[in-house]
Design a protein around this ligand. Structure first.
Ligand code: GLA
Length: 441
């Protein structure tokens, strides 16, 4: 008699446990400087695009004023090349005085006043990848305390210029040091990317206990080739990677490059769809001042975001790689729903792909499918119904699939943002624009 509650409790607990800081129960969202602005420190000749407090303030303004924050994009993350080449007289990191005259604490206040969070970059090693002062083992406590004292909310800890042994010690030590500050600080570990991303060199059990997210693989570049290379690596290794993700602990295939120069509109939809299926952090690296309306519509697609942010937090999988060069991806979602992505790797013309939900492992029943990028709903689908989707070259068709029978909502504990996203999926009209949604919820 007494055993039953214990057993059911165990059954409910996911096999994996996450870093105990309560943060990032859904994949983090926001903006990061690296892919788009790199290590451009030439503020004299390129003042708008150099790594400086102005760039981060500008991006904060855009996030706060252009509907991003309401969609969940609430982090502004400083990447490499922010610091002075020298630590201060007490051995603390300090920002470059010319490019960050107001200091990081002031920038953090600017963001917090707008309901945003500030992320910063450090590197476990003698130097950052860009050659700035790194965090050696003896500096971990000092740097964690410095970041906390500035009001930083997130740390990306890179791994250039350190060896395996130093990383083995340093990544867990930084996790402890961040917790010891008493300030909740999301923690992204680049450790696996420096160890080939796979066991036995990478211990994902340990990573899940000490980090909220981790970079597993190579840096993204501004091209469709790069998006495909990353996608292939993550899904080729899905047996290993997929079970490791969950609330508070995410695989990170790197930034969204939508809105830059390398992706067509179709390819941009593909990146958004695949990152949603992967339960990947949605961290844009683009110029929010000059984004095209197409790019903005894709990045602010309410249904794609809601799928990415599903509270169950189960990472999706690749189901099929067809000889026709069509691939099918699937992710289970809360409320018995799921997401499907049909991706074309073809380079000729739109391909008419025939299938049925039964062929994609769905059980018998009655379904509806909401097309994430056209906004159309397909009803009257049974598992056996044969259907055809037309997929553009290097494009996707993305569906949110849900059982037709009205489900009694399970009483799940949700944050306001999760509730937003769930309602957005259940009442698609609320997704039409961030402003409209805000008025409804
Ligand atoms: C590494 C990281 C990138 C970026 C650069 C900065 O390459 O993987 O994401 O942070 O360093 O130098």
């Amino acid at each position: 008699m007494k055993l039953l509650p214990v057993i059911s409790l165990l059954a409910l607990t996911s096999a994996t446990s996450a870093l105990d800081n309560g943060l990032m129960r859904t994949p983090p969202m926001g903006w990061m400087s690296w892919e788009r602005f790199r290590c451009n420190i030439d503020c004299e000749n390129d003042p708008k695009n150099c790594i400086s407090e102005n760039l981060f303030r500008d991006m904060a303004d855009r996030l706060a004023e252009d509907g991003w924050k309401e969609m969940g994009y609430d982090h502004v993350m400083i990447d490499d090349c922010w610091s002075s080449m020298l630590r201060d007289k007490d051995g603390r990191l300090q920002p470059d005085p010319q490019r960050f005259p107001g200091g990081i604490a002031k920038l953090a206040r600017y963001l917090h006043d707008r309901g945003l969070k500030l992320g910063i970059y450090g590197d476990l090693g003698t130097h950052t990848c860009g050659g700035y002062p790194g965090t050696t083992l003896d500096k971990i406590d000092t740097d964690a305390q410095t970041f906390a004292s500035w009001g930083v909310d997130f740390l990306k800890l890179d791994g250039c210029y350190s060896n395996e042994e130093e990383q083995q010690k340093g990544y867990p030590l930084m996790s402890k040091a961040l917790n010891a500050t008493g300030r909740p600080i999301g923690y992204s570990c680049s450790w696996p990317a420096y160890r080939g991303g796979l066991p036995p060199s990478v211990n994902y059990t340990l990573l899940g206990e000490i980090c909220n997210l981790w970079r597993n693989y190579d840096d993204i570049q501004d091209s469709w080739d790069s998006v495909q290379d990353i996608t292939d690596w993550f899904f080729d290794n899905q047996e290993i990677l997929q079970p490791e993700a969950g609330p508070g602990r995410w695989n990170d295939p790197d930034m969204l490059i939508i809105g830059n120069f390398g992706l067509s509109v179709d390819q941009s939809r593909s990146q958004m769809a695949l990152w949603a299926i992967m339960a990947a952090p949605l961290i844009m690296s683009n110029n929010l001042r000059t984004l095209s309306s197409e790019a903005r519509a894709i990045l602010q697609n309410g249904a794609a975001i809601a799928i990415n942010q599903d509270p169950m937090g189960v990472q999706g999988r690749r189901l099929l790689q067809e000889r026709s060069q069509i691939e099918v991806y699937w992710r289970p979602l809360s409320q018995s729903a799921s997401a499907l992505v049909f991706l074309s790797r073809r380079q000729d013309m739109p391909y008419r792909y025939h299938t049925s939900l039964a062929k994609l492992n769905y059980t018998a029943g009655s379904y509806e499918a909401y097309d994430v990028f056209t906004g159309k709903t397909l009803s009257g689908l049974s598992a056996a119904t044969e259907f055809t989707v037309s997929i553009n070259p290097s494009g996707v068709v993305m569906w949110y699939v849900y059982p037709k029978i009205e489900k009694i909502l399970e009483p799940v504990a949700e944050t306001g943002r999760q509730l937003h996203h769930r309602l957005c999926l259940q009442h698609f009209m609320l997704c039409v624009s961030a402003h409209e949604r805000l008025n409804h919820v």
